[in-house]
Design a protein around this ligand. Sequence first.
Ligand code: NAI
Ligand code: MHF
Length: 279
Amino acid sequence: MAVAASIEIPPARVLEMQDLAAVLPKGVRVYLPELGTDNNETFVAAACALRAIGAEPVPHLAARRIASHAALEARVARLASEAGVTDVLVLAGSPPSPEGPFADSMKILETGVLDRHGITHIGVAGHPEGSPHFTDEVVQNAMRWKADFAMRSDAEMRIVTQFGFDVAGMVRWSEEIAASGITLPVHLGFAGPTKLRAMLRYARSCGVGPSMQVLTSRGNALLRLFAGYAPEPLVRELETALARMKTGNIAQIHLYPFGGSERTANWLRARGSWPEISA
Ligand SMILES: NC(=O)C1=CN([C@@H]2O[C@H](COP(=O)(O)OP(=O)(O)OC[C@H]3O[C@@H](n4cnc5c(N)ncnc54)[C@H](O)[C@@H]3O)[C@@H](O)[C@H]2O)C=CC1
Ligand SMILES: Nc1nc(=O)c2c([nH]1)NC[C@@H]1CN(c3ccc(C(=O)N[C@@H](CCC(=O)O)C(=O)O)cc3)CN21
């Protein structure tokens, strides 16, 4: 069976899209990344547009980009009250040093602000292949902290991973965290079908490194130089693995289209990852 999928589309792009309802099915989670370029107005408008077609807006809250407690409160309050947002993804965010009082996702979670505004679902980041920005120990401690927070919190939490290309590694990592007692569902990140050049540029800027070797070793199937990058073989490989897995923590996949939102959406629909979820 086709694995279910969510998608990530920058808020400004959501507002530009001509016929959202034709591109996105009801019930699908649409993450709104914080790229440091969109203000509250744009985030709220994009979340409202998604809500209006029956999709589930999931704005990112990037800790390092939030200037103050008041700014955090204002963003969450508006998203919740004006767009009915109940689901967010809390991340460190890209800046190497914080712009305000929040250095990491934990600092946001512990404010209680999400709870106060009726956020019932929270995603946090997972890093199956580590990151050049921090050590494995740092990321493991963070994962443990997030799992402990999930036990204290009323919100339903999940792990959303950075995109990668090494499916065997992602599956192994998911099994390892389950074995270590972290029972949160995992949504595995993949780059959507897009221009090769765009995908490579983002992989570089997002610090996706080790699993890039899979791309070169798998050659033609993934990297069709003229057609671009196609994730279908990786997602097929995941579906085969899922059918055999004992731990059931891999709940779905999350797509990063990097400029190819419609293309990613059309591919997900065509492959059966987007059955229409009735309201
Ligand atoms: N959908 C998306 O946009 C995704 C983005 N990411 C990115 O992965 C990075 C890590 O984020 P999280 O796992 O949410 O971290 P986090 O906020 O959960 O923090 C975990 C630990 O890593 C440290 N840390 C995080 N970023 C750091 C950096 N740039 N330099 C040094 N230490 C750092 C924190 O201080 C903390 O100890 C962020 O840049 C985030 O934006 C990861 C997954 C998905
Ligand atoms: N460490 C890290 N930092 C990040 O900023 C980051 C990650 N990881 N992981 C993935 C997410 C998703 N990111 C992005 C980055 C750019 C666009 C973006 O600007 N898209 C435009 C232009 C695309 C193009 O290059 O053509 C769009 O219109 O979709 C979307 C998502 C950045 N993200």
